[in-house]
Design a protein around this ligand. Structure first.
Ligand SMILES: NC(=O)C1=CN([C@@H]2O[C@H](COP(=O)(O)OP(=O)(O)OC[C@H]3O[C@@H](n4cnc5c(N)ncnc54)[C@H](OP(=O)(O)O)[C@@H]3O)[C@@H](O)[C@H]2O)C=CC1
Ligand SMILES: C[C@H](CCC(=O)NCC(=O)O)[C@H]1CC[C@H]2[C@@H]3C(=O)C[C@@H]4C[C@H](O)CC[C@]4(C)[C@H]3CC[C@]12C
Length: 294
C-alpha cells in the first residue's frame, strides 16, 4: 500500500512537472512578420544578433545603444536581411528621459509596439568587489531602472497589442557568483521587479507577457574579453542564444533558460544544496588569470 501511494505521488509529480515546464515549443518565426519590436543594446553581441533574426523574420525594428556608427551598420544589415523596416536611435540608458524617448520614437515610427526586448547593460568590472557602492548605484540605473522606465512607457501600447516584454538576465541573476558583485546585484533586481509585475498582470488580467531570460556564458566579444582564462567553461553561441530569447518571448514563456544544461540544471541545486552548487561553481574559476584591478 505504502509503495502504491509513493508511486501515485511520483506519477502526479511527473505529470505536474510536465504540465508546468513543457512550454509549447512549436515556434513559428513567421508570427514575427510585421511585428513592431524594440531591441536595446543592439549595437553588438546578443542584441545585434536578435536584430538580425528579427530582420529575417520580417519585423519592424527599432534598435538603440550609444554608438551611432555601429547602430547604422546593424540597421543597414537588417534592411538587407529583409526587415519590414529598420531604425536606430543613439543614446545612453543612464538617462531616463532618453529611455522614455526610445519608446516614444517607436510610437511615432510604428504607431504601436508588439515586443520590447530589454538587453543593454552598462560597463562593469570582472574582479573582486572594490567597495565602490556608487558604481553599484550607477549600474542599477542603467541595468534596472531604465528597464522599468521603458516598460512603464511602453505598457499602453503593449496592452493594446497583447504584446511581450523580454528581459535579458543572467545565470548570476539567480545565484551569486564571484567577480560580478555589482552586475549580479542588478540582475537579481530585474527578477524581483519583473516577476512581481508578472503576477500583478495575472491578477489584473493584463494581457502582456513577461519573459525573463536566464543566460549562461555566451561568446560575445565583451564577455569573452572580460572573463578570458578565468572561467573554465566554454562559451555558447550568441546567434543561437539570440534566437532562443526571441522564441521564448514570442511563445510568452515566463522564463527562458539558455543554455539549459548550464543554467536550469545547476539551479536545481540552489535551494536544496547551495554549498554543493558553490563548490561546483568555484571549481570553474582560475583566479590566477584575473586581470589586475584598475
Ligand atoms: N555574454 C554573456 O556571457 C552573457 C550576457 N548576458 C546578458 O546578455 C545581454 C547582452 O550581453 P552581451 O551581448 O554580451 O553584451 P555586449 O557588451 O555585446 O552588448 C551590450 C550592449 O549594451 C550597449 N550599452 C552599453 N552601455 C550602454 C549604455 N550606457 N546605454 C545604452 N546602451 C549601452 C552596448 O552598446 P554601446 O556601447 O554602443 O552603448 C551594446 O550594444 C546583457 O543583458 C547581459 O547581461 C547574460 C548572461 C551571459
Ligand atoms: C561562467 C559563469 C557561470 C558559471 C557557473 O558557475 N555555472 C554553473 C555550473 O557550471 O555549474 C557565467 C554565467 C553568466 C556570465 C556573466 C554574464 O552574465 C555576462 C557578463 C557580461 C559582461 O559583459 C562580462 C561577463 C559577464 C560577467 C559573464 C561572466 C561569466 C558568467 C558569470
Amino acid at each position: 500500500m505504502a509503495l502504491l501511494t509513493k508511486l501515485i505521488v511520483a506519477v502526479i509529480g511527473l505529470l505536474l512537472a510536465f504540465y508546468f515546464y513543457s512550454g509549447n515549443d512549436a515556434f513559428d518565426p513567421s508570427t514575427l512578420k510585421g511585428k513592431k519590436v524594440i531591441v536595446t543594446g543592439a549595437s553588438s553581441g546578443i542584441g545585434e544578433q536578435m536584430a538580425y533574426h528579427l530582420a529575417k523574420m520580417g519585423s519592424h525594428i527599432l534598435i538603440t545603444a550609444r554608438t551611432e556608427d555601429r547602430l547604422k551598420k546593424v540597421v543597414d544589415k537588417c534592411v538587407e536581411l529583409g526587415a519590414a523596416s529598420a531604425h536606430y536611435i543613439p543614446g545612453s540608458m543612464d538617462n531616463m528621459t532618453f529611455a522614455k524617448q526610445v519608446v516614444h520614437e517607436a510610437e511615432g515610427l510604428f504607431g504601436g509596439l508588439d515586443m520590447l526586448i530589454l538587453n543593454h547593460i552598462g560597463f562593469t568590472y570582472f574582479n573582486y568587489f572594490d567597495g565602490n557602492v556608487d558604481h553599484v548605484r550607477d549600474l542599477l540605473e542603467i541595468n534596472v531602472l531604465s528597464y522599468a522606465t521603458m516598460t512603464v512607457a511602453a505598457l499602453p501600447m503593449l496592452k493594446k497589442s497583447g504584446g511581450n516584454v523580454v528581459v535579458v538576465s543572467s545565470f548570476v541573476g539567480k545565484v551569486g557568483a564571484p567577480f560580478t558583485v555589482p552586475y549580479s546585484t542588478t540582475k537579481f533586481a530585474l527578477d524581483g521587479f519583473f516577476s512581481s509585475l508578472r503576477m500583478e498582470f495575472k491578477q489584473q488580467n493584463t494581457n502582456v507577457s513577461i519573459t525573463l531570460c536566464v543566460i549562461s556564458y555566451i561568446d560575445t566579444d565583451s564577455a569573452v574579453n572580460t572573463v578570458a582564462g578565468v572561467i573554465q567553461q566554454p562559451a555558447a553561441p550568441k546567434e543561437e542564444c539570440a534566437f532562443e530569447i526571441i522564441k521564448g518571448g514570442a511563445l510568452r514563456q515566463r522564463e527562458v533558460y539558455y543554455q539549459y544544461q548550464a543554467t536550469k540544471i545547476p539551479l536545481l541545486l540552489r535551494d536544496w544544496a547551495p554549498e554543493f552548487l558553490e563548490y561546483i561553481m568555484l571549481k570553474n574559476y582560475d583566479v590566477t588569470k584575473l586581470k589586475p584591478q584598475q
